[in-house]
Design a protein around this ligand. Structure first.
Ligand code: MG
Length: 258
């Protein structure tokens, strides 16, 4: 027969082991919840920075001014209509923070039908600095070509939104097939017959993976777009501030890790 003391010790051990296993079972949930909470706070903070801060405006204006300087340097002797710029649209030219506000208010995350519904409202505003830059390119005789991964069926709503914002442009290529933009860039260069001076976007996939680091004044040749898993020591960093200009977007996207 077990002594009272031994019985009590055994009961305490059992309780402790039950508590420990309960803690272990709960641990991942607690961590997930903490991560979700901090992600939510980070999302709200990013949204506020983009929608409210002067610093965000200064950042995007600075990038667009640097892009304009590249255009001025490139221009000598270039024929009107034979050079141009490739721009992404979302969070590069069009500011969709109102959509992010909607997601935060509804306590939900991105989904395609909700995004489509919002785009069709044609309520996007402009990223600071974008319009001044685009107007300057047009004034100097350059072409403005948008290549975006918005779905092709959003073409009319996108055109209407850009028109209402007074954005002049020459061509717009949305996505009807693959997300990789290289085929659309090549097709635009061939069909419109122009040389791109620079690419401007908010994610690494908005830029070409160049074949070499330097090619005189012109941007180097490329066969594909940059991907998230491309090596970081490739030629993209060589082209920053020359053929590649990146505006900050802390709100969404699959960011390239260092
Ligand atoms: Mg974008």
């Amino acid at each position: 027969m077990m002594s009272k003391k031994r019985c009590s010790n055994k009961f305490a051990t059992l309780c402790l082991s039950l508590i420990l296993s309960a803690c272990a079972a709960n641990e991942p949930q607690r961590s997930d919840s903490v991560l979700q909470q901090s992600g939510k706070q980070a999302g709200q903070s990013a949204y506020l920075w983009v929608s409210e801060s002067a610093e965000y405006q200064w950042n995007t204006q600075l990038i667009y001014q640097a892009a304009a300087n590249r255009v001025y340097q490139y221009l000598g002797g270039k024929k009107e209509g034979k050079w141009g710029v490739f721009l992404d649209l979302d969070q590069t030219v069009l500011d969709n923070t109102a959509f992010q506000q909607l997601l935060l208010e509804r306590k939900t995350t991105y989904d395609q039908p909700l995004w489509d519904e919002w785009v069709k409202m044609e309520q996007a505003s402009l990223v600071p600095g974008a319009l001044v830059f685009i107007e300057e390119v047009k004034r100097l005789g350059g072409l403005v070509v948008f290549v975006s991964n918005r779905a092709h069926y959003l073409q009319q709503a996108t055109e209407n939104n850009l028109h209402a914002l007074g954005v002049p442009y020459d061509e717009m290529f949305l996505r009807s097939g693959q997300r990789n933009k290289a085929a659309r860039w090549h097709s635009a260069m061939k069909n419109i017959d122009f040389t791109p001076v620079l690419w401007l976007g908010d994610q690494v996939t908005d830029f070409p993976l160049f074949d070499e680091d330097y090619n005189g004044d012109d941007c180097p040749a490329f066969s594909t777009a940059y991907s998230y898993n491309a090596p970081t020591d490739s030629f993209l960093s060589e082209q920053l501030g020359r053929c590649i200009f990146v505006v900050a977007n802390p709100i969404y996207g699959t960011w390239k890790t260092r």
